[in-house]
Design a protein around this ligand. Structure first.
Ligand code: GLV
Ligand code: MN
Ligand code: MN
Length: 401
């Protein structure tokens, strides 16, 4: 099979036009937003054009199905609230190109997917989490975004596209091409990363409830300031995690909401996201204990109410050795001596799909190691190399992978 690099790049730029924003090649296309749904309609049209049967499940996961047993390729087309043009989009458009090239070559059978809300507007990889059975539709429906919108309400915006559930039994495996989103390949000058395993993640909301009051008249020693509690918690936590973590462990407070968020009011309430990631499930659990204990200690010392939201998470997963070998073969053919095996520190739909199917992933470099920012980019020659490796692996595996 022969992939067409120019055709693939043209489609990738077209997908970026839905929600294009910011300087450079930025995108604002969160799950179920108007540009996300518009992009899904365009993708569905592309799938139809190459002879795939379009199916959309209740979550809004978009599939282009080949006839009979097939390999499933893809990723997600939703973005972060401020995202780049490649995170997810690359894997979906690469899948489209490989499916098209395979059709032109007379096989093998390739199906395409764009999962919904991988970027976690409502949770952690919610579209593929529901498709794989990690989460039920009912439990996903009550998840809320930071503005308080429930997923069950948001997904009504694309209800007219829904055709029904999509069974996994027709697929023989799943391969996801993605940008690395970190600095390893860019630093080493290598072109391809074949993923060995994907880290685990935990994510929950934490709330401190203090006392809203006047910022001019309330003496410092009488305040119960919810922002001061978040600040103390963060400093203490960084210190307490030191004995437990490795250089690969990461933790982030990425969203903070202060109430009422006004210059002259001592904030009475702070709700913040607490997320942590590691390859070791035991370490994730030890971190959870430290997080909960530290928050309780701060709440006690500063007279705060404390509550925790549901703990969301995904376990670390290893990639399928046979699919991995096909990607390694492809990497050696396309970029001899310029590829490596590597773990993924980012989460991906492949983690959920691994509950149902053998899965594998490959990475191309991210310039400057940047992602989840408008500045995210990859050299176009590297993007094309990624698609060529994917096509090589698909040819080798055939539809009965
Ligand atoms: C996925 O975008 C992640 O947060 O790793
Ligand atoms: Mn992604
Ligand atoms: Mn992402």
């Amino acid at each position: 099979m022969q992939v067409d690099g120019d055709r693939f790049l043209a489609d990738l730029h077209k997908l970026r036009s839905f929600g294009a924003a910011g300087v450079g090649k930025g995108v604002v296309r969160p799950g179920y937003s108007a540009p996300d749904i518009e992009a899904r309609r365009w993708l569905a049209g592309q799938m139809t054009q190459i002879g795939l049967r379009v199916e959309v499940d209740a979550m809004g996961n978009l599939f282009g199905l080949a006839d009979g047993p097939s390999l499933l390729l893809g990723s997600h087309s939703d973005s972060q609230p401020e995202g780049g043009w490649l995170d997810g989009a690359l894997g979906v458009i690469a899948a489209l190109e490989v499916a098209r090239a395979a059709k032109e070559a007379g096989g093998p059978a390739v199906s395409v997917v764009s999962f919904q809300d991988e970027e976690g507007r409502f949770g952690v990889t919610t579209g593929s989490a529901v498709w794989s059975g990690h989460e039920t539709l009912a439990s996903a429906d009550v998840l809320q975004d930071h503005a308080g919108v429930a997923l069950g309400t948001a997904r009504q915006a694309m209800a007219d596209m829904v055709t029904g559930e999509v069974a996994s039994e027709v697929f023989t495996g799943f391969i996801e091409l993605h940008i690395e989103q970190g600095p390893s390949l860019d630093t080493s000058g290598e072109k391809i990363g074949v993923v060995t395993d994907i880290v685990g993640i935990r994510d929950m909301k934490v709330t401190f409830d203090g006392q809203q009051n006047h910022a001019g008249t309330t003496p410092m020693h009488l305040r119960r300031d919810a922002f001061q509690a978040v600040s103390s918690f963060n400093t203490l936590l960084n210190d307490r995690l030191r004995n437990v973590v490795t250089p690969q462990t990461v933790w982030t407070i990425g969203h903070v909401s202060l109430h009422p968020n006004a210059s002259s009011i001592v904030p009475g309430r702070a709700v913040f996201s607490m997320q942590w990631r590691d390859a070791d499930t035991d370490r994730l659990a030890r971190m959870e204990t430290i997080i909960r204990e530290t928050a309780a200690e701060v709440a006690q010392a500063q007279g705060m109410g404390l509550s925790f939201g549901p703990l969301l998470g995904l376990e670390p997963v290893a990639m399928d050795p046979r699919l991995r070998r096909a990607l390694e073969d492809g990497a050696e053919a396309v970029a001899p001596g310029k590829w490596r095996n590597m773990p993924s520190g980012a989460l991906h739909d492949a983690t959920n799909v691994a509950r149902l199917l053998p899965v594998a992933m490959l990475f191309v470099p991210s310039i400057g190691g940047l992602s989840h920012t408008f500045e995210e980019d990859t050299d176009e020659a590297d993007l094309v190399a990624g698609v060529q490796v994917l096509a090589h692996a698909v040819s080798r595996l055939g539809s009965a992978a």
